[in-house]
Write a protein that binds this ligand. Structure first.
Ligand code: CP
Length: 311
């Protein structure tokens, strides 16, 4: 594995899930692997879980970690051939090469604009770093993907499933702000590889990128879709067709204890209580959200270990 920018193929994800499980059982067993190595994490956007879990993961492999909030650094230009006479002070061509000299792995968080679909889909920022860096790149959530989250989610389902083929439903839930498609995209790609009965439900008009949903069953009827579910993953995303717009805030799509029935509840966090789901779900025994967040460490640790050994 050269980078971890999107969901890799099934053979690799199977191996990463197994590695993450082993690391969870004995987090410090590979402390020597990262000795005298450094992870640099660049944040173009805010984070709680990704930042702390990825730092913990690297340190549990014996690495040093440097963190740069880009808002405190020079503003970076990504366009080729641009005349840099406005506010952008440094081009990604120099920035990526310079940062590569200071580290062994570079991890980046950069959300989409949600205004320029073509540019967001091109993943200009993370691909700019990938092109010009000389070290492996880890995606800590980009314009279209959040593969570290999806790996932790797959690990959580594997840990908690009592069936060989559990029913997993990804359901849209309301939110007041326009949110990216990255978590949903990566969860869909990951579930398409897993031994699960997977489907998606959302209101009409909230179709995701058909290049990602492919043949996954999609329902506009949440009640019918949730029938018999073992795992319900709630997530809001903004409209993909009316790109970045919030066209629906229908609170009848909020998840309740009654709707979930016997299903276990999943969400990547942060979550808006009594908007995405009611308090009773998050405070109840069927919520897996804290376990998912815990598994972020071991998912990241498995990815970093693989990159240190085999990139
Ligand atoms: N789930 C997730 O990526 O959380 P943060 O945005 O806090 O990193």
């Amino acid at each position: 594995m050269k980078n971890y920018i999107d969901i890799p193929d099934k053979e690799v994800t199977t191996s990463l899930i197994k590695s993450a499980m082993n690391l969870k059982n004995d987090p410090f067993k590979d402390l020597a692997i990262g000795k005298n190595k450094r992870l640099i994490m660049l944040f173009f956007n805010a984070s709680l879980r990704t930042r702390l879990s990825t730092q913990q993961a690297a340190e549990q492999l014996g690495m040093h970690v440097s963190i740069l909030n880009i808002s405190t650094a020079w503003s970076i230009e990504f366009e080729d051939g641009s005349i840099m006479n406005l506010e952008k002070a440094e081009h990604v061509k120099e920035a990526a090469q310079v940062i590569s000299q200071y580290c062994d792995i570079l991890a980046i968080r950069a959300f989409p604009s949600l205004t320029d679909k073509e540019k967001d889909l091109s993943e200009q920022l993370i691909n700019g770093f990938k092109t010009h860096a000389s070290v492996p790149i880890i995606n800590m959530e980009s314009a279209t993907a959040h593969p570290l989250q999806a790996l932790a989610d797959a690990l959580t389902i594997k840990e908690m499933s009592t069936k060989s083929t559990p029913k997993v439903v990804l359901t849209w839930a309301p939110h007041p702000k326009a949110l990216p498609h990255s978590v949903a995209n990566s969860f869909i790609k990951m579930m398409q590889q897993q031994p699960v009965d997977f489907s998606i439900c959302h209101p009409e008009g909230y179709e995701l990128d058909p290049n990602i949903t492919k043949n996954t069953p999609i329902s506009y009827n949440q009640e019918a879709a949730l029938q018999g579910a073992d795992f319900v993953y709630a997530k809001n995303w903004s409209s993909f067709n009316q790109y970045g717009q919030v066209t629906n805030q229908d609170s009848s799509w909020m998840l309740t204890e009654q709707k979930l029935d016997q299903a276990q509840f999943m969400h990547c966090l942060p979550i808006r209580r009594n908007v995405i789901t009611e308090d009773a779900v998050l405070d109840g025994k069927k919520s897996l959200v804290i376990q998912q967040a815990n598994n972020r460490t071991y998912a990241a640790q498995a990815v970093i270990k693989e990159l240190l050994l085999n990139s």
